[in-house]
Design a protein around this ligand. Structure first.
Ligand code: NAD
Length: 362
């Protein structure tokens, strides 16, 4: 067993052992029943991606909502046939404990509210699927992990690309050394952000800027492709609009070194469009995706001329089905809280390197 696979085995076994209540809850469900998902936070992602995806899932369905806006509650009740008994506000989530129709709470609120909503859902005995980034500090991530363990519920993180076939094909190419050893990774993601009043530009809600929002995808790419954790990070930041980006980072460029000698470079930005993919340089060629991080149409190519363009079903439906399968079969999710916390730890190391003006070791 390699060190990595041993670690995964130990993590999986530990995660299973920490779910004593899960078996009872799952056994209590009628066979063939679709797990009920309550969406917590009815913003853009919940409205445009997750709710439509839940209409396509084989083993789970949209059963409830948590919202602070009464008009949205009315709209969603009508549109999705959600009964009044399954509608909650952020302050009434504890009452979900009595509701057998809801098995999973999907937290889709701004980053720094993830902990509060995860803790409330776990205390009500519900499994939690939480959007990325898991939270805005390692300590807060740890509290979420601990609360879910204590409640005997699973905690999953919305890393849709962990289930996206083109991204996973690249993981296979790396693992099986199809084009030789991975040597260099170049992964970049960004967009020119609009509305200057949105929560993504507020430190207390977002925890950071483009790095926390989209840089996390590049971090995931580097970790997925290498199957390793970086032990050295060096980062630098630029701000071309210090008014708009007063509270959070606009553009960050960072490098990471991995134990095997792989080096990665990434840029995350809220200042420019056009960065949305990765390329992996190997000892015999290269492979990569462009775009790599979109909801649809991710594709790329290999240096041997082979295209990477696998048709993909709805990414959100796929990740939700996987999580529901994990809950139903008492199997730990691969996108667990520890994975989410490790990304936050590494993103914090990027900020730390910028603050210190020098590379940091991890
Ligand atoms: P959004 O602003 O469109 O929605 C946020 C929701 O939270 C809104 O319904 C808002 O009313 C609610 N909310 C509750 N309390 C709030 C408060 N104090 N301030 C502001 N809003 C509050 O944001 P979004 O784009 O849907 O993002 C939500 C989460 O999903 C974020 O964590 C984000 O990182 C994540 N996300 C993930 C993906 C992905 O591809 N996996 C894509 C987009 C967003």
């Amino acid at each position: 067993m390699t060190t990595n696979s041993r670690r995964q085995f130990i993590a999986s076994t530990a995660a299973l052992a920490s779910l004593p209540l899960l078996a009872e809850r799952v056994n209590a469900q009628a066979p063939g029943r679709k797990l009920g998902v309550a969406l917590c936070g009815l913003g853009s992602l919940a409205t445009n991606q997750i709710a439509p995806a839940l209409l396509k899932t084989r083993n789970c369905r949209l059963a409830g909502i948590v919202t602070g806006t009464p008009s949205k509650a009315e709209e969603w009740k009508k549109k999705y046939g959600i009964p009044a008994a399954n509608v909650y506000t952020y302050d009434t989530m504890s009452q979900m404990a009595k509701n057998k129709d809801i098995d999973i709470v999907y937290v889709v609120t701004p980053n720094s509210l993830h902990m509060q909503h995860t803790l409330a859902a776990a205390a009500a005995g519900k499994h939690v699927y939480c959007e990325k980034p898991l939270e805005i500090s390692v300590e807060r991530c740890q509290k979420m992990i601990d609360a879910c363990k204590k409640a005997g519920v699973q905690l999953g993180v919305g890393y849709r690309l962990q289930f996206e076939a083109n991204n996973q094909e690249c993981v296979r190419l790396a693992k099986e050394k199809v084009l030789g050893d991975v040597k260099i990774i170049d992964a970049n993601f960004g967009f020119a952000i609009g509305d200057p009043t949105q929560w993504r530009l507020k430190r207390d809600l977002a925890g950071g800027g483009a790095l926390m929002d989209v840089g996390i995808y590049c971090m995931q790419t580097a970790r997925m492709i290498t199957g390793e954790e970086p032990n050295w990070i060096s980062a630098t930041e630029v701000k071309t609009d210090p008014v708009k980006f007063k509270e959070v980072d606009e553009t960050i460029s960072w490098q990471m070194k991995f134990p095997s000698g792989v080096i990665s470079h990434s840029i995350s930005t809220y200042g420019a469009n056009g960065l949305m993919g990765f390329r992996v340089g190997t000892s015999r060629g290269f492979f990569g995706l462009e775009p790599a991080y979109f909801y649809n149409g991710n594709r790329g190519r290999r240096s041997d001329g082979t295209e990477i363009n696998i048709p993909v079903a709805d990414q959100f439906a796929t990740e939700l089905e996987d999580f529901a399968d994990c809950v139903l079969n008492k199997k730990p999710t691969k996108v667990n809280g520890e994975m989410g916390m490790q990304d936050v730890k590494l993103l914090m190391a990027v900020y730390d390197s910028i603050k210190k003006g020098r590379p940091v070791t991890i």
